[in-house]
Design a protein around this ligand. Structure first.
Ligand code: ZN
Length: 526
């Protein structure tokens, strides 16, 4: 099945090659709206980057060359207000918050963004586009700015499917008595009282000022990727008015389609401790910054959480009692982190059996893939299903489900073949190696499990801890052997087994889990 992608503009799924005219080997131009860098990034800011990073990874897997641009809005009302509040300058604050954004992307393994244009680097281009729109009579000047005239654009509203009346009543409009229509939006704003570092020269009657938010994206997207993008992405909340306005001004200027495919990702949703829907908002004190979330869950857990549902649906954080220090993150994130343990336990088991680290596996083992035996056939069919999900509008939720099935198949195989037993033949171990390499190939498409999780404070690598644990395990093994060897009615048999259980229980209370396997007992933290 070829890749099919849903576009918000046409409201249906189309064959990607038919929608874009691009086939594997071609370059795909992808633009995703980036942040206004005035506060540290919260977890909601990472949803789009994680999703479109995965879109790029899959397109690259299929053989496309993806050029991905994410803009940085470094001049904006919110940024100016925040800089004033913090008694700093807009360039200083925006530079610092851009670094924070980059660090967050790195933590979530978002590595695919090729270019991050800053709005302030493209002011000249924006002035040119605004001039062209004035000349074409799509824009008009007033004494404090330049506005786009929505009534001149016949198909204005086609992306968000709204008629002008709905737009006027339903959304925050920029108030200005001099506008011709309530829905007209600013392309250029002149506010003489603003700091000089956010005022730029212009040929317009209003003089020095700064661009509107929407024109920034139009200008930077077209400057870096051409007049028609293959994919334009962003959060569902940007569909109107931001994307509608980007589209209107771009197409009015170029006379060409602005994007072949418009992709909108769903947003985070949250409930308070009483189970009522809640917003994540500064006024409620429940904005979860990425840096704070990472103190409690890993970057992999955050990424996994964002990919385990289909990207067009809301992502459910679950319940969060955010005023309670005992619940520093929503339960949806805690559950995502716990789910990952299934995978990490398997990686450890794989290493015990084969001596190889999951995190060092490369594709070379895949040359052995394809033998006609039951487990390889099962792996093959799961791999096919993984790609069927990804071909169906990047259904990462379905693809994550296949990863679980694959781990469960590999664990079952290891159990049945008693792979921990040193006497087991190497052929079965090679099969496990191949199947695990397939798992690594698929999880890499989702950008997951790039490196081993950080160990908690009780570190298996600590020599003394390892030595003491081994001593404890040896003593427990002696107790078990004696208990097993004792005749059925020996009164000591049960107390001996009770002692081994007590050791397991007490270690469990300390966060240490024991696993009894045919080759011996192992331990892990968590
Ligand atoms: Zn944008």
């Amino acid at each position: 099945m070829p890749l099919r992608v849903y576009s918000t503009l046409t409201r249906d799924k189309k064959n990607f090659t038919e929608a874009t005219g691009k086939k594997p080997g071609d370059t795909v131009a992808m633009y995703v709206c980036g942040p206004t860098v005035y506060k540290p990034s919260h977890i909601g800011h990472m949803v789009g980057p994680v999703i479109f990073d995965t879109v790029k990874r899959y397109l690259a897997y299929l053989g496309y060359n993806v050029k991905w641009v994410v803009n940085i809005t470094d001049v904006d009302d919110k940024l100016i207000a925040q800089a004033e509040k913090l008694n700093t300058t807009v360039p200083e604050l925006s530079a610092r918050m851009t670094e924070d954004y980059f660090a967050c992307l790195k933590s979530l393994n978002v590595t695919g963004i090729d270019t991050f244009p800053r709005a302030t680097q493209h002011i000249g281009g924006m002035v040119d586009v605004i001039n062209a729109l004035i000349k074409k009579d799509y824009a008009y000047e007033v004494d404090d700015g330049v506005y786009f005239d929505v009534s001149k654009d016949d198909d204005y509203g086609k992306l968000s499917n709204r008629d002008p009346e709905q737009m006027e009543s339903g959304t925050r409009m920029e108030p200005n008595a001099k506008k011709r229509n309530p829905g007209d939006f600013a392309l250029w704003k002149s506010k003489p009282g603003e700091p000089k570092e956010v005022q730029f020269d212009s040929p317009f009657k209003c003089g020095r000022g700064r661009p509107g938010w929407h024109i920034e994206c139009t200008c930077m997207a077209i400057a870096l990727l051409g007049q028609t993008l293959d994919i334009h992405g962003g959060g569902l909340d940007l569909q109107f008015p931001h994307h509608e306005n980007e589209l209107a001004q771009s197409e009015s200027w170029t006379g060409k389609a602005f994007a072949h495919v418009w992709m909108h990702n769903g947003l985070l949703k949250l409930k308070d401790k009483d189970g009522n829907e809640a917003k994540m908002a500064g006024s409620l004190g429940n904005v979860l910054n990425v840096a704070d979330a990472l103190k409690h869950v890993s970057g992999d857990a955050l990424r996994f959480f964002m990919l385990k549902t289909h990207y067009r649906t809301p992502i459910d954080l679950g319940i969060w009692d955010w005023n309670n220090p005992g619940t520093p993150v929503p339960n949806g994130l805690v559950e995502a982190a716990e789910s990952l343990q299934t995978f990490y336990r398997f990686f450890e088991r794989f290493e015990r059996i084969t001596g190889a680290s999951f995190f060092a596996l490369d594709k070379s083992m895949l040359t052995n893939f394809g033998l006609d035996d039951p487990i390889q056939n099962e792996i093959k069919s799961l791999r096919t299903r993984f790609f069927e999900y990804m071909d169906d509008d990047f259904n990462t939720g379905g693809a994550v489900g296949v990863l679980y099935e694959l781990i469960s198949a590999l664990n079952r195989f290891a159990d049945q073949k008693r792979l921990e037993d040193p006497a087991t033949g190497s052929r079965e171990k090679t099969t496990l190696h191949v199947g695990t390499t397939v798992f690594r190939e698929l999880s890499a498409v989702l950008g997951l499990f790039k490196s081993a999780p950080a160990k908690k404070s009780l570190d298996n690598g600590d020599e003394l801890v390892s030595g003491l644990m081994q001593l404890l395990l040896d003593l427990r093994e002696n107790l078990r052997t004696t208990a097993k060897g004792a005749v059925k009615d020996n009164p000591l048999k049960k107390p001996l087994f009770d002692q081994t259980d007590l050791i397991r229980k007490r270690l469990g209370e300390l966060g240490v889990t024991l696993e009894d396997r045919p080759g011996g007992t192992t331990w892990r933290v968590g």
